[in-house]
Design a protein around this ligand. Structure first.
Ligand SMILES: Nc1ncnc2c1ncn2[C@@H]1O[C@H](COP(=O)(O)OP(=O)(O)OP(=O)(O)O)[C@@H](O)[C@H]1O
Ligand SMILES: [Mg+2]
Length: 360
């Protein structure tokens, strides 16, 4: 059942179009993640869903009802911000109770709701503390608690973990995933953290400059990115791109030329052969984690620039004719800067894009 629907939503500030027509539907209970570079409009979209920002045009539906022009309080939506300013003079309990007190809920109900949220977030032992006596992760949980107590229909999170250090981030990431499971609530979550997007999302919406580039499950976006933008955005380290040219087409066999390829060419059996033509530019995409050192049939012939050991794996930085290539390999290959480096890849892992950057 569709729970949240955005229908050609646009937003301009004066002459500046910031959201240029976003349409999207989320199912009840779905965890949707918005990703995209800084300034692409993620927070603006979220704020429009919450009603904190006017929509310039388009329609917005929550739980089957149009709410485009409805005031925020009536939308039964709750938002957790990056800067989760807690009231410093209030206890954890009072911070969580604040919204309910403002809504003049009966005392017994306030207490029940706060205790229930505290149980879910494991804050029971901290209810009498002031925010200054809490760790970053605990404060973040209180901020989430403030939003749980209101029993919203829809949770909105705007980069809620970006103020935390790496370890706390990953702990809280797991907490949020658990919370989603236990509440079964619909959530829309903004981040530019790769790992958060991949691990939390049922579906990811990739945004660029106020437009949707692609919507899909994390694995769909990883396996079949629609274009070079999505291909470069999903996956870490970033996908390598080689700007090759079509040297020959014979049936299904497409031969691409670029000095980075071993022997100067790369031959592939692909249905994409029918969708390009001789001399056309084709961008070849290779994910660092798919490249392997010392393959029997190397695809790339490079020179190693330097290697970074990550302990269990090694990140290799190589170049050939100016194209920097990164490979991520298990173990610690015995290589030093300046060494010849040949890399292989399974043909099924080779991505092809046309001159406009669209998947071939
Ligand atoms: N009140 C405003 N007036 C004019 N332009 C604005 C206003 N608020 C936001 N913008 C612009 O709208 C665009 C989208 O902003 P938004 O905050 O939604 O980006 P974002 O994707 O959340 O970025 P970040 O990842 O940096 O948080 C930006 O170019 C921003 O400068
Ligand atoms: Mg933002």
């Amino acid at each position: 059942m569709t729970f949240l629907r955005l229908d050609n939503i646009k937003k301009s500030y004066g002459d500046a179009a910031v959201i240029k027509g976003v349409s999207f539907a989320a199912e009840k209970g779905e965890f949707v993640v918005f990703v995209g570079p800084s300034g692409c409009g993620k927070s603006t979209l979220l704020r429009m869903i919450a009603g904190l920002e006017d929509v310039s045009s388009g329609e917005l539906y929550i739980d089957g009802r149009e709410v485009t022009y409805e005031e925020p309080a009536k939308r039964e939506v709750s938002m957790v911000f990056q800067s989760y300013a807690l009231y410093p003079h209030m206890s954890v309990f009072e911070n969580m109770a604040f919204g309910l007190r403002m809504a003049k809920k009966p005392e017994a109900e306030i207490k029940a709701q706060v205790l229930e949220a505290a149980r879910i977030l494991q804050l029971e032992a901290l209810l009498e503390r002031k925010p200054r006596a809490l760790s970053g992760g605990q404060r973040q949980r209180v901020a989430i608690g403030r939003s749980i107590v209101r029993h919203p229909k829809l949770f909105l999170f705007d980069e809620p973990l970006s103020n935390l250090d790496a370890e706390l981030r990953s702990q809280m990431r797991v907490e949020i995933a658990k919370l989603h499971r236990s509440l079964g609530a619909t959530m829309v979550y903004v981040t530019h953290d790769q790992v958060e997007a991949m691990t939390l999302a049922d579906r990811i919406v990739v945004l660029r400059a106020g437009l949707v580039e692609q919507i899909g499950s994390p694995t769909e976006l990883y396996d079949t990115p629609a274009n070079t933008f999505v291909a470069g955005f999903i996956g870490s380290p970033k996908m390598n791109f080689i700007n090759a040219k079509v040297a020959s087409i014979a049936g299904n066999t497409l031969t691409l030329a670029h000095p980075t390829f071993a022997g100067g060419t790369l031959a592939l059996d692909t249905p994409a052969a029918a969708r390009t033509k001789l001399g056309a530019p084709v961008t070849v995409g290779l994910r660092p984690e798919h490249l392997s050192v010392g393959a029997a049939n190397p695809v790339l012939a490079l020179t190693l620039d330097f290697a970074e050991s990550l302990g269990g794996s090694t990140q290799l930085y190589a170049r050939s004719e100016g194209e920097p290539i990164i490979a991520l390999t298990a173990g610690r290959p015995n290589l030093k800067p300046g060494d010849a480096l040949t890399l292989g890849i399974a043909p099924s892992h080779i991505y092809l894009f046309d001159a406009a950057g669209l998947a071939l």
